[in-house]
Design a protein around this ligand. Structure first.
Ligand code: ADP
Length: 194
């Protein structure tokens, strides 16, 4: 089993790279952002609570996120090669909870991959995406709020994985292919079971 976190600021390309890596290693791709948007599209209570927070750039509550993640792990764990977590964990409580959840089944999180992208590029990409995504959170004021929360609440997660030797960073890549090749290389050298 291979369990990986695709980590990075909003606009870093987590979703794109997670899909490519999921396909290559046949992993289940769990994007908490996508799950929340699906809940909203289905008109559920959770979706409504989440949408009010997301559209202002705030995080959804931990209990909502952890419940969704636990449900999906339970659903797939017996018949999959592993998971790629995209947009999760987003704070230290979620990171610790993920380790606890996996440990219950004697499984572990192997590696966090940190997609490092310069801030001006993140803003440029998100504004461009906003023209077609229809996402209320892809507009300048909300983007700035999301980046603030990323630096204050989400980036501290990195120490949690650095301290346990499960951290690898990708930087100075430009194209989607370049990022992908580098991620594959990092997985090969970091995870001995691959
Ligand atoms: P991005 O990384 O571009 O912000 P996502 O789709 O990962 O896009 O997340 C969109 C929004 O969904 C976040 O700004 C946040 O409000 C909410 N969200 C997604 N994942 C989480 C999470 N793990 N914990 C709390 N909120 C989350």
């Amino acid at each position: 089993m291979l369990n990986i976190i695709m980590f990075g600021a909003p606009g870093s390309g987590k979703g794109t790279q997670s899909s490519l890596i999921a396909e290559k290693y046949q992993l289940v791709h769990l994007s908490t952002g996508d799950m929340l948007r699906e809940e909203f599209a289905r008109g559920t209570e959770i979706g409504k609570i989440a949408d009010a927070l997301i559209s202002k750039g705030n995080l959804a509550p931990d209990y909502v996120i952890l419940e969704m993640i636990e449900r999906e792990i339970e659903r797939h764990k017996e018949n999959c090669n592993g998971f790629i977590f995209d947009g999760f964990p987003r704070n230290v409580i979620q990171a610790q909870s993920l380790d606890d959840l996996l440990a219950k089944d004697s499984k572990k999180l192997h590696l966090l991959i940190d997609l490092r992208v310069e801030e001006y590029l993140l803003i440029e990409r998100l504004l461009k995406r906003g023209l077609t995504s229809g996402r209320a959170d892809d507009q300048l004021e909300v983007i700035k709020k999301r980046l603030d929360i990323y630096h204050q609440v989400t980036a501290p997660v990195l120490d949690f994985y650095k301290q346990s030797g499960r951290y690898a960073a990708v930087e100075n890549c430009t194209t989607i292919d370049e990022y992908f090749e580098e991620i594959v290389r990092l997985i090969k050298i970091s995870v001995s079971s691959i």
